[in-house]
Ligand binder design. Sequence first.
Ligand code: ADP
Ligand code: MG
Length: 765
Amino acid sequence: SQQARIDVISGVFGRPPRDLQFPKNSAGKQKVISEIFGSNVFGIKEMGERLPKPVFKTFCSQLKGGQTLDKITADAIAHAAKVWALDHNATHFTHWFQPQNDTTAEKHDSFLSLKTSSVGGLREVHALETFSGSELLQSEPDASSFPSGGMRTTFEARGYTVWDTKSPMFLQEGPHGTMILYIPSVFISYNGEALDEKSVLLRSSSVISKVALEILHMIEPADGEDHGLTFCLDVPRTKEIFTTLGTEQEYFLIDRGLYALRPDLKTCGRTLIGGLPARHQQLEDHYFGKIPTRVLAAMSEVELELAKLGVPIKTRHNEVAPCQFEAAPIFEEAMLAVDHNLLTMDIMHRVAHKYKLKCLFHEKPFKGVNGSGKHCNWSISTDLGDNLLSPSASPETNYRFLIFLVAVLKGVLDHGDLLRAGVASASNDHRLGAQEAPPGIISVFLGSELNEVLNAIEEGRPVNKTLAGTETTHMRIEGTTLDLKIATLPKLNRDMTDRNRTSPFAFTGNKFEFRAVGSKQSPSFPVTILNSAVASALLEIKEDLYKQMGSKTVATDEDMLTVIRKYISLTKNVRFEGDNYSEEWVQEAAKRGLPNIVKSPDAFKRILSPHNSEMLTRLGVFTQTELESRYHILAEKYTKEIIIEAQTLWGLLIQHVLPAAFSYRRELSESATNLKQLSLNAVPEVKWLEQLAPIATAIQESAKKLDTLLAEQQPIQEAEVAAEHACSKIAPAIEEARNLTDQLERIVADKYWPLPKYHEMFSTL
Ligand code: ADP
Ligand code: MG
C-alpha cells in the first residue's frame, strides 16, 4: 500500500551510513589498492613461493603444453593451496563453474576428513583438514539439474567439473569471517561435451591464437632473418597470441525496501508495469553526473573486494538513465576477463545488499528510459604486449594491422547473424532495436579516417588527407600514392576514431567494441562466437596469403596489400558509418543483404544455420550435438522467461492493480452517491468513474487473455514452436496489459496504488 512505500522512503533517510574501514598496512596507514590487489588469489607468484621448485616447474610446463596434471604435481599443488587457504581462515573449497544460465555455480565441501588410527590397540577416529590432488582437479556434480538442452538424459546425468589450470584459485568471504577456496572449473559431460560457457571459450581462444600466430609468422621475419628491415633483427619472435577483453558493465541500483515491494522486479528482474514520471532522463543530467553518496560508498567497497580478487576495476560513473551506473575494468586476457566479469556481477550484487540496495542487471528494468548493455571491448594481443589491432604502431606494421582488421570485417560479414544470436535473449530484446541500443542488424563502424584509408587502398588511389583527418592531427603521410611499391601507409592515430554510439560493432581506436551484448548475460558466448568468426576469416586469409607468397618464406608488402585489397572489397557491405537507428539504414541493410533479426527466436535458429554450424564444428569449437543442445537451452530459456513474466503480471493485475481500481471506485461512488443526495448536479466523481470503468474492464480482459494464452502455450513441446508462440502471442499481450495498467496508474489516487512508482524508485538512492 501507499503506507509501505512511505515507510520505506522515510526509513532510507533516517538510516546511518555503512561504515567501512579500508585495510591498513603495518605502519597503520591505509593501504593503496595495488597493495591489496590479488591478495586473495592463489596466483603464479604465490604458487612459485609455496610450491617445491620441481613441482612448480612441472606445473608451468604442463600449463604451457596444455597437458593435464600428473597426480604427484596435483597433490603437491592441492597441499600448498590448502595451507594457503587455511592461513586465510578458509573452511571449505568449491569448484566454481559456469553453466548455461548466466550465473555461476558452486557446491561447497569442507576440508574436514576423518582418519582412523590405532591407539593402544583401540581404534581411534580423529579429525583433520585435507585436500587432495584429485579433489582439486575434478568433482562430480549432479548434472541433471543444469540446463543441458537434452544432451544427457537424467539416467546418465553424470557431469564433471575440472579445474581450468589457466585460471588461478581464489578466496571469497564465507560466513563469520571464514573464507572459501574457489577453483575455477569447466563443466563437461561424461563424454566430454561442453555443458558450460567456459569450455567453448577456451576452445575458441586456442583456435584463434593458433591461426593468428601462423599469420604473424608468415608476415614477420623470424629472429635473425634478413627481410631488409634491419631493425627487426633484435625483436624477439611472438610465441603466443591471445584475445583481450574489457567489459563495460552497466547496471541499475534501487533501494532494497522499494524493490521488496515490487513482485515483478523480484521475479523477473524488470518492472512489468509502471509509467514514466514527468522527469526521468530528458534533461540529460544523469550521465557522468555526481554519484550519489550511498552509491559511491557501495561502488568503492565493490572495487575493494574485487581488488582482493585481482579484478582491476578502473572506471565508475553515472549512466544515462536515472539510477543507472557503469563499471569498467582494465582489459585482460579474454578467458580471465570473463571470469572477472562474473565475479564483478556477483560482488556488486552482494555488496549492494550491505547498503540496502538492489543491483539490477536486467537489460531493461524500466520502460521508457535507457537499458543496460555490456560493451565487450575486444582485441588480439601478442605475448610481447603488441596489440594487433593497434594502427598506431609504426607504419611498417600497418599491413599487419590491416590484415587483422579485414579479418574482423570478414568474420562479422560472414557470421553477423551468429553474433546476433550470441546476444539474443528475452530480456535483451527489449533493448536491441529500441532507439537507444544497437539494432538487430550487425554492421561495423570504422570511423571516417580508417574508412577513407580502406577506400583508398581498394580504389588504388591516394588517401584523402582531409577525410582521413590528417590535416587536424599530427599524422605523417609519407607516401600518399598507394601503388604497390610504396611501403608506407599513413600512420593512423588512435585518438582520431569518432564516436558513433549507434553502431553494434565499432572500431574504437585499437579494439572493437561489441555493444549489442546484454548486461545480464555472460560475455562468454558472444566472445566465443567472435573468436571463432575471426579465426575462420584468418584461416581464409592465411590460405590466400600463402598462395600469394609462392615459394617465399615471408610475405612481402605487395603480397599483403594484394590480399588486404581483396578482403576490403569482399567486406564492403558490412561497413556502415551512418546512423544505425535510422529507417534508411534498415532499408539499405536489406539491399546489402545483411540480416535484420529483430526477435530472439529467429536469432537462435541462426546457430543451426549450415554456414554457422559448419564453421563452428570445422574449427572444433562446438560439436553438432553441443550446438543443438545450446539452441534448445536458449530457446527454452526464452520461452520460460516470457511465461514467468506473464504469470507474474497476471498476479499483479488480479491481486494488486484491479483491487486498487476497485477500492478507488468504491470511494468515488460512495462520494458520488452522497453528493447526489444533496441534489448537486455536477458531480465530478461520476466523470472520473466513467473514465475508470473502461480501463479497468480492459485490464480484466487482458488478464483473461494472458490466462488463455498461457493455457495454449502449456502443451507446446517443441522448443522452436514454443518460443515462437511466446514471442508472437504472449509477449505482445504482456505489453498490451502493461499499457492499460500504466493508464490506470495515472488516474487512480496515489493512496490506493499498491506498488512503488518509477519516480519513487528513481529518487531514493
Ligand atoms: P572507450 O572510451 O573507447 O570505450 P576506454 O579506454 O574507456 O575506451 O575502454 C573501455 C574498455 O575497453 C575498458 O574496459 C578498457 O580496458 C577496454 N580496452 C581498452 N583497450 C583494449 C584492448 N586492446 N582490448 C580489449 N579491451 C580493451
Ligand atoms: Mg566504450
